[in-house]
Design a protein around this ligand. Structure first.
Ligand code: DP6
Length: 325
């Protein structure tokens, strides 16, 4: 009973922020994202009657079991599959974790798919997405392929992600500019709890449906300019919520801000690029395929940028190996 899955992280164009319920994690609002080809987690899960306790190794480091989110997720899967064996989980990210690059999205979607296969559970894409969401909200969007919508839903059963378009639909690229690999002080999971303390949060919810409609329209039209302007405004709105929450959440570093100014400057000079941001310091630069070389060339000249990761749209989580023994 052992299986290996690989799953992408994803970048949200309309962001998930705030949960209706902290256990089941249906979000306060709908969101739209793209899976990222070069931000990947590979996870192997083995259930074995000879194991006397669960063990989790992430990026070669043994994790503490007490109160661990991964164990809670394994318990969900064990209960669904009616399996009681302890598990060994070995997970590797090909990028720095907990810095805002959404390792929980790739991590929990890979875990969901690998552990379900290892436990002999046969689930539909919708069921995988619902299950992944309970591990980490954004993980539900890393299950389907390509460009994805997370339907917020009022109940756990109606809150899952669907593919809007496959990965080959539109050649847009997310060039992640890493300005620091320091881990963030307040995780997204902690941060979600403070969402409603911002005086602007209710207004954000009021305008979400219209924004979702527009992003879907621009995606359908492949209208890069309207799409870019909207997603950049959305990223700034998310950070306005962070800044005005209690406690205030300040994720952007001086280097991140300098880069936001540069993106605007380069755009004025004719390079059509837009930024988006997550719960962290790194800047995601969205461009069209024809411009990716120019963008990376420009970023290579910026001292603040430690490295870049060029992401194409990607397929969702999938099994790469089932071990038969
Ligand atoms: C800003 O999915 O990491 O990236 O559900 O607690 O695991 P948990 O939170 P998480 O939050 C993601 C927040 C975001 C926006 C987004 O990806 O939509």
């Amino acid at each position: 009973m052992k299986a290996t899955a690989v799953a992408p992280s994803n970048i949200a164009f309309i962001k998930y922020w705030g949960v209706k319920d902290e256990i089941l994690r249906p979000p306060k609002n709908g969101s739209i994202s793209m899976n990222l080809s070069e931000l990947l987690t590979t996870t192997t899960v083995e259930f074995n009657p000879d194991f006397y306790q669960d063990s989790i190794v992430v990026d070669d480091v043994q994790e503490i079991i007490e109160g661990n989110r991964v164990i809670k997720h394994l318990d969900r899967i064990r209960s669904l599959a009616k399996v009681s064996y302890k598990a060994k989980v070995i997970s590797k990210n090909n990028f720095p974790a907990s810095t805002g690059l959404s390792s929980s999205a790739s991590g929990f979607s890979a875990l969901t798919v690998a552990a379900s296969a290892a436990a002999g559970l046969k689930l539909s894409e919708k069921e995988f997405s619902i299950l992944a969401r309970q591990g980490s909200g954004s993980a539900c969007r890393s299950i389907p392929d390509g460009f994805v919508e997370w339907l917020d839903g009022e109940t756990s059963e109606t809150s899952y992600a669907i593919s809007l378009y496959s990965k080959d639909y539109w050649d847009i690229i997310d060039v992640v500019a890493i300005v620091s690999t320091n881990k963030k002080e307040i995780s997204s999971t902690e941060g979600h709890k403070f969402a409603t303390t911002s005086p602007f949060f209710n207004r954000r919810l009021e305008i979400n449906k219209e924004k979702m409609r527009l992003v879907k329209q621009y995606l359908q039209e492949k209208n890069f300019t309207a799409f870019g302007e909207l997603i950049e405004a959305e990223a700034l709105e998310l950070h306005a919520i962070y800044l005005t929450s209690h406690p205030s959440l300040i994720y952007l570093l001086p280097a991140s801000l300098r880069l936001l100014h540069l993106v605007k400057k380069w755009r004025k000079e004719g390079l059509e690029i837009y930024f988006t941001l997550n719960t962290g310091q790194d800047v995601h630069i969205i461009c069209q395929k024809k411009d990716v070389k120019k963008v990376t060339q420009k970023l290579s000249e910026v001292d603040d940028v430690q490295s870049v990761i060029i992401n194409y749209p990607s397929k969702g989580a999938h099994i790469i190996q089932k071990h038969l023994f």
